[in-house]
Write a new protein. Structure first.
Length: 274
């Protein structure tokens, strides 16, 4: 039995509400105010007190109690030197400071491209405080299409670029989603990654990029049915965090994950606040 169009529209509205709520989470992507690599010698950084450094294996922060830094996990003040270690692609909400409660800014320690960096997350950032939802296209029932998942014999690790030119990425392609679009006479094949519980995600370019939408977006599907089919709903196409902030390291699409079509569905380019 097919789902009535009004039921699909209502599901999409609930999806949009949940999406905007998630983006507006405390210390989420909308609060990012810097991305900075750590140096080998203890050095000051922008937008956070203390001296920061790394020997390549361990990150270190040296601060005095007067700097007002406390550890996020325990609330203990930083008075001296604290250290932390991460694996590549890991992150740690490490220390916080500022504001009436000492928690206005949270400093995230991250390991990207096997190098340590910090990102400051400021709960008073205008991008966050003035956020009023992501602009979207109107719901398009014709851009809810059935796709066929063709799994690879083994996952393939494909090198990709990211939103940060100094950070390379890897796309673990588990197969391709094969489908057609309204008004087009040929099939499309998009590399897909596997997410939790067998769900699939595709990162793609289309002909609205740079005009109405960000340079790339992604859309997820449920786990393929036993016959390999899935519903690919472009109304659920969303932006990566790098659409909202210049401090993301989000993955770009693999080569050829481009559609020669205008996907006027899903999220548009965010209206950012300077």
């Amino acid at each position: 039995m097919s789902t009535a169009p009004d039921a699909l529209l209502e599901r999409w509205r609930r999806f949009r509400s949940s999406r905007n709520t998630a983006l507006a989470a405390d210390y989420g992507w909308l609060t990012l105010t810097s991305f900075q690599w750590l140096e080998s010698q203890p050095s000051a950084v922008d937008l956070a007190p203390g001296l920061w450094s790394t020997d390549g294996t361990t990150a270190a922060l040296t601060a005095a109690a007067a700097d007002g830094l406390t550890l996020v996990e325990t609330g203990e003040p930083v008075n001296g030197t604290v250290t932390a270690q991460l694996a590549d692609e890991e992150s740690l909400m490490w220390v916080q400071f500022g504001g009436d409660d000492g928690k206005q800014v949270m400093v995230e320690l991250a390991m990207r491209a096997d190098k340590y960096a910090i990102r400051t997350r400021d709960s008073k950032s205008p991008v966050f405080t003035e956020f009023d939802g992501v602009p979207t296209f109107d719901y398009r029932p014709d851009l809810v299409v059935e796709a066929r998942f063709e799994a690879f014999a083994e996952p393939e690790d494909v090198p990709i670029a990211t939103a940060n030119p100094l950070v390379d990425g890897v796309h673990r392609s588990v197969g391709e989603l094969v489908f057609r679009l309204p008004g087009k006479d040929h099939e499309y094949r998009l590399h897909a990654e596997e997410e939790k519980l067998g769900a699939l995600t595709v990162t793609f370019h289309d002909e609205t990029n740079g005009e109405m939408t960000d340079e790339w977006r992604k859309v997820s599907t449920a786990r393929p049915r036993p016959d390999g089919t899935v519903i690919l709903d472009f109304n659920r196409a969303i932006n990566y965090p790098s659409a909202f902030t210049p401090y993301g390291t989000c993955p770009m699409p693999v080569k050829n994950n481009s559609l020669d079509a205008r996907i006027e569905a899903g999220e548009k380019q965010p209206a950012l606040t300077d």
